[in-house]
Design a protein around this ligand. Structure first.
Ligand SMILES: *Cc1c(COP(=O)(O)O)cnc(C)c1O
Length: 609
């Protein structure tokens, strides 16, 4: 059975049972059934399913794992965590997250004014808010207002000028002054494709010289008691733990030295985000080489060691991991709209009463191929095809012969793949690479998995049903945008095999997993495909409940968002209908109604039924 790597990326969130992939929680419903139910109520196009229990699962894991690590090492500091809003700001994600984190006092991190407004209006006042990113005076004022409203807020400064602004605002707005954090520039750097955030040349943070200046500025203005936290972030999706350990040693020593220099309120080290998750579908190439447990115990161990050696109190540990919390809760489900394979069916053969000898031989290979001769016949057929193509170029065979050769060779390859499936035949991979089939999938890569377009990040993908049938087609996926970048090619490191399906008779859905972090807000409206319909699925003991259905935008809404005037558009249509000589007056109403119906629907393709 093809398991699509679910044992490595699935984290027990999803399981395969018989022919379907199921949510591994309480009643364990099949994704396929959930999707069919939603579609039966009239929703078409791709769907984004949210599973709030998976948000809870990740939050529980983070807090429990750190608490355990603290207990084992008798660590004296506290553990705190905040969710970085930039990872997913949608309310139907955020509200369950806030509920799930309430008992842990899980907080929020904001990187812009809009995010800070979300944090201030949604988080319970005992939970921490941290503010990163560049800040103008108004954003700092907003931070002071938040402190006045009773929030536990820390403004993390990214440069000396921000500290100067804080002092200015403090003199104007008086107490309470928010806590002050300082982002430090580390010479340690992260690893992986998102590693830019660390290092001496990173966009954010204070150098060691600036840090000393900041200390002096705080002292002179009597704000040293508000300086409570140092912060760093070495980049997202850390692939190895060794870089974090390096960064922790550096940050731990900075913390200890600042304490010794008189920063007596300094009590926390904020490690930022970066906790990685496994996206790979191939066990031979894991992306992440450490576990949450290792992350927690290494962090605790390193910081404890430095605190002991330098004889300072053990710092509170704050983390801002976002991807780890949010990625797994959302699954994008996209229907396959069309399968481009017809040209290679037996039906398409146009054999003549007399064919060139090589074609007769190909036909013979095709009818006689058996498992023990499969590899040999496969080689022969590819040889023959090459010879036949040369014959065509030289004018010795015609277009019909050429088409027959191509069809027969593909049919032989397909049979050979089936017969050799369990054997480790290296060439098979290369051949599959060449004969990949195009699955046209009713979604937009730019809208729903922009990190594939921008960073070549692959997301786990698999069909939701037919899992008891061996898939034999090496698939490349095309989205429905008119952009050649909207394609996920067949990757021999991470090969995707899909089923033969008759889409006139059945639906075939692909699930893209772990799309809950970053993808939604980064998604682009390329070709004016907007967010798919989003549905929250609450799994119960008896079944599941669908809540919070947010419909994909109608065409009218999409145009309105671009600043077109819907009234003008409709008036134009009415006028054109009335002017047209092709439409009789008695048809006016019907034609106009048809247009209005289309305008009220979303722009994705409609698959049959
Ligand atoms: C983006 C960001 C995070 C979140 O990173 P993840 O890799 O999603 O955990 C945390 N802190 C800061 C400062 C960030 O910029």
């Amino acid at each position: 059975m093809q398991r699509y790597g679910i044992d490595i990326w699935g984290e027990d969130d999803f399981i395969i049972d018989h022919d379907k992939v199921r949510v591994n929680h309480l009643s364990s419903p099949a994704l396929y059934d959930i999707v069919e139910e939603i579609r039966s109520k009239g929703t078409k196009g791709p769907l984004l399913l949210r599973f709030p229990h998976l948000i809870q699962k990740q939050i529980d894991a983070v807090f429990n794992t750190f608490h355990e690590a603290f207990e084992v090492l008798q660590y004296q500091g506290d553990f705190k965590a905040v969710f970085p809003l930039k990872v997913n700001q949608y309310p139907d994600f955020l509200k369950p997250l806030i509920d799930a984190g309430a008992s842990y006092n899980y907080g929020l991190e904001a990187g812009s004014k809009a995010e800070l407004i979300i944090a201030m209006s949604h988080i319970q006042s005992s939970a921490p808010i941290t503010v990163n990113g560049f800040k103008d005076k108004e954003m700092i004022e907003l931070g002071f207002l938040s402190a006045k409203m009773g929030h536990d807020i820390t403004l993390t400064i990214e440069g000396i000028n921000e500290l100067e602004s804080i002092i200015e605002v403090a003199n104007e707005m008086k107490a309470p002054v928010p806590k002050i954090g300082i982002r430090i520039k580390l010479h340690s750097i992260g690893s992986g494709i998102w590693q830019k955030s660390g290092g001496i040349n990173s966009k954010f943070g204070l150098t060691s010289t600036e840090l000393l200046e900041a200390m002096e500025l705080l002292k002179q203005n009597n704000f040293l008691d508000r300086f409570t936290m140092i912060h760093f972030h070495i980049g997202s999706q850390m692939t190895q733990i060794s870089n974090l350990k390096k960064a922790l040693r550096e940050a731990g020593n900075i913390y200890a030295d600042l304490l010794r220099m008189g920063a007596s309120s300094l009590q926390s080290i904020n490690l930022g985000g970066g906790l990685g998750i496994e996206y790979t579908q191939n066990e031979a190439y894991p992306e992440v080489t450490y576990s949450l447990k290792e992350y927690a115990s290494d962090t605790t161990f390193v910081l404890q060691g430095i605190a002991k050696a330098k004889n300072v109190k053990e710092p509170n540990i704050i983390i801002e991991s976002g991807r780890f919390i949010a990625a797994s809760h959302a699954v994008l489900v996209a229907p396959v709209f069309e399968l481009f394979t017809e040209e290679y069916s037996e039906k398409a053969l146009r054999l003549k009463s007399e064919n060139p000898p090589l074609i007769e031989e190909l036909h013979e290979l095709y009818t006689c191929i058996k498992p023990d001769t499969a590899l040999e016949y496969l080689h022969d057929s590819i040889d023959h095809l090459n010879s036949l193509l040369t014959l065509f170029d030289l004018g010795y065979i015609d277009l019909i012969d050429r088409s027959n050769s191509e069809i027969l060779t593909h049919l032989i390859i397909r049979k050979a793949i089936l017969m050799l499936h369990d054997k480790p035949v290296k060439e098979l991979r290369q051949i599959q690479d060449k004969i990949q089939e195009k699955y046209l999938v009713n979604f937009s890569i730019f809208q729903s998995i922009p990190d594939f377009w921008g960073l070549a990040q692959r997301f786990p993908v698999m069909p939701l049903a037919k899992l008891d049938t061996r898939p034999t087609r090496s698939a490349s996926l095309w989205d429905i945008t008119c952009d050649s970048d909207g394609e996920i090619d067949f990757d021999s490191k991470n090969p995707l095999f899909l089923h033969s399906v008759d889409l006139d008779k059945e639906d075939y859905f692909l699930g893209f997993f772990k799309v809950g972090a970053y993808q939604e807000v980064l998604g682009m409206k390329h070709n004016l495909f907007t967010r798919p319909t989003v549905v929250t699925v609450k799994i119960t003991k008896e079944g599941y409940r669908l809540t919070e259905l947010v419909k994909s935008d109608s065409l009218m809404k999409i145009l309105e968002d671009l600043n077109y005037n819907p009234v003008t558009i409709q008036e134009k249509f009415l006028a054109n209908i009335q002017k047209s000589s092709f439409i009789t007056p008695s048809e006016h109403k019907r034609v106009y109604a048809k247009i209005v119906t289309i305008l009220e629907e979303n722009g994705y393709l409609k698959t049959f039924n």
